[in-house]
Design a protein. Structure first.
Length: 308
């Protein structure tokens, strides 16, 4: 998530920094997700004391460093150069260097390429330290107004509709809130997919968190999908929080048992539609299971011409 330079006054918010000694190792440093005032003093200490700072986009990180008067050696680290950079980082840490890793914003390793580097450093028996701070996931959970005692962070869904809906299906079984990142341009379509696969759950679209235009829109997935379909994609960075499904849980065994009862009384198509309505499953998925129970098609593969 990008930062907004107009939201801070560098001279007014630059704190004094201590001279804490840092041991050689990899430091995973959380940075603000929008408002640069959310930086921590320990973050500044590490960035100022590091031999080099690895960043997804050095231009974004340079704004943060410039805001606090930090002179640091910046080096890009991302999916495209990771294989080449990791061995050099391991050699540098083994030789006694202090390496800081930051994402464009927020906590490193959350939907960014830092995991492979941290894993490699740990496997090499070298030190990895987390410098906690801002997190879009936790910020969204706090303002969504949905259960926070149990949640799953799912990251970014696939961009194409069919792949996205297949990706969402396993999350129907998750007990707790679901946190998803999504790009603004795909928000209306993504919400429609969530409503179709997950059912009419309560949700919140959290936009531009910690920034001047922060907005949280709450409602059912159906209502949110309809709103953004009509209003169009909003601007900014999005975090979607989806509330847990109903306690009345429908797994595959229950679907099959219910279908077995109603298929004796009505056509397979009508039976599938009725069970889909009461269970929250998609009509297509229930119809596929009905065909499988009847023995007309492999489970999950409706015959041509038998579609809903």
């Amino acid at each position: 998530m990008t930062q907004s330079p107009q939201e801070f006054e560098p001279e007014a918010i630059r704190p004094a920094r201590g001279g804490q000694a840092l041991a050689p190792g990899l430091y995973l440093v959380a940075t603000p997700i929008g408002n640069l005032r959310d930086v921590t003093l320990r973050c500044l200490d590490v960035l100022a004391g590091a031999d080099r700072v690895l960043a997804e986009d050095t231009r974004v990180t340079r704004r943060l460093l410039d805001a606090y008067g930090i002179e640091a050696k910046l080096q890009p680290y991302h999916d495209h150069n990771g294989d080449k950079v990791r061995p050099r980082v391991l050699e540098a840490i083994a030789a006694g260097e202090i390496i800081a890793l930051v994402s464009d914003a927020g906590t490193p390793l959350v939907s960014d390429p830092g995991y492979k580097l941290a894993h490699a450093v740990i496997e090499a028996g070298l030190m990895v330290t987390a410098i906690p701070g801002a997190s879009a996931v936790l910020s969204a959970l706090c303002v969504a107004g949905l259960p926070t005692d149990c949640f799953t962070f799912a990251g970014f869904p696939p961009p194409r509709t069919a792949a996205r809906e297949a990706w969402l299906k396993p999350f129907r079984e998750i007990r707790g809130s679901l946190v998803i990142y999504e790009g603004a341009s795909r928000l209306p379509a993504s919400l429609a997919s969530m409503a179709k696969v997950l059912g009419s759950r309560q949700a919140a679209v959290c936009r531009e968190l910690t920034k001047f235009h922060e907005e949280v829109r709450r409602g059912t997935l159906d209502a949110l999908a309809a709103h953004y379909h009509e209003a169009g994609p909003p601007r900014g960075e999005m975090v979607i929080v989806v509330g847990p499904g109903p306690e009345d849980h429908w797994d595959e065994a229950r679907i099959d048992a219910a279908l077995g009862q109603v298929m004796a009384e009505m056509r397979i198509k009508d039976a599938a539609a009725r069970i889909a309505d009461v269970s929250g499953w998609s009509k297509r998925d229930v119809y596929a299971r009905a065909l499988a129970l009847k023995g007309d098609a492999p489970r999950g593969e409706p015959k041509p011409g038998d579609g809903m």
